[in-house]
Write a protein that binds this ligand. Sequence first.
Ligand code: UD1
Length: 441
Amino acid sequence: MHETAERFVVHGGRMLSGGVQIRGSKNAASKAMVATLLTDEPCILENVPFSEEAAITRELCERIGSSITYGDDHTCSIVTPRIREHSVIELSRRNRIPILAFGPLLVRAGEAEVPFLGGDPIGHRPIDFHLEALARMGAVIERRERSYYATAPYLTGTDIAFPFPSVGATESVLLAGVLARGRTRIENAAIEPEVQNLIAMLIAMGALITCESDERRIEIEGVRQLRGVRHRIIPDRNEAVSFAVAGLATGGAITLRGAEPAHLASFIAVVRAMGIIVEENDHGLYIAPPSFVGPMDVSSVSIATAPHPGFMTDWQQPLAVFLTRAKGTSIIHETVYEDRLGYLKDLARMGADISVSDECPSDSPCRFSGRTFNHVARITGPVSLNGADIEITDIRAGMAHIIAALSATGKSVISGVAHIDRGYETLDERLRTLGADITRV
Ligand code: UD1
């Protein structure tokens, strides 16, 4: 990530309202860019967000041998006639995408070297599922000082059962399996909309893939080559939730233009249970508090994050800010990452009533049960937040801080803006069009 001293200065307490266009999914776009490495034919990706994550992934693909041009309509053309460079170690520690290049590099060049990964500091974030799966497919992988180096004359399809439905590892195997010899079967696969979007792209390129979502099973029959494609990136469901909650936490109504309600089903169910109005209309998805006058009357709620179709782990941070306005005690049970509640101490500093514990709610133990991970939060409201100076350390927590600052009384200064720029295109500009007082300095 590019270091930057930029900060956001926010004067809170203004109601955000109006319509906002939801951009293409950061998490789907970067994977689609890597998938274009699987063919020597030109590919066109539509609805690619101009986020830092896409820029980092562009650098990765260009280093490998891609020629990339952006249109000003969020279209990205990529062609990789040959793999020029199989080692991308100096692009290290900036995001989690390089590991996904392992499969395409191995099937096209027989050799690959990727750095240890960066991305958000939200826990241990191992890549053992990726490495074990690729090794089962025939890759010989060596751990070096700063990188993983792998060779394979070809990859062979095999049966893989993940201990947990990892998004990245499922994508890794998809990207390796489509040009492997024979059939690869993934059990306990992730079936997130971003994974489905990647599968749709690969099928359009000529891959043979079936996905039984109810069974969490994906089967890939390897083919000899893939062709170019024109593929559209799905709307960003994390951005949609961020804007929706920014509206709610400031007492306003937001219309999400271009969002896909089916990808937001578990979020919609939770906020409706709190008393929030959610309606689809001709302009988009309208999300509003129960009333615009008087104190907000919304109920507390208990959520547990989970792989799709459950409540996404990237949504609990923005939602937590809004839970400070709900009546009673809400519970957030984070079951995907062991260490993703650190940001709550900053909300507490701003006046939120929050306690964090390592004990699962008694009726729903998760895989972190009996371990010392603080993965359960209790938030009691309603309370009003006060502005504060905050350092952002990861993208979704950073979004929670910004929403907290927007809804708080007084001024907040937020540093670590680069984390936000990695995943949100011109966030501050778009918040301003909704009425926010936020300036980049
Ligand atoms: C992706 C998303 C991230 C989202 C997450 C879960 C991108 C760039 N990021 O991250 O925003 O929060 O999915 O929806 O798409 N695990 C292992 N070993 C592995 C891989 C994963 O133990 O080899 C564990 C992780 O530590 C975590 C869980 O599996 O506890 C889920 O991680 P995973 O789904 O792989 O997340 P990412 O793909 O990194």
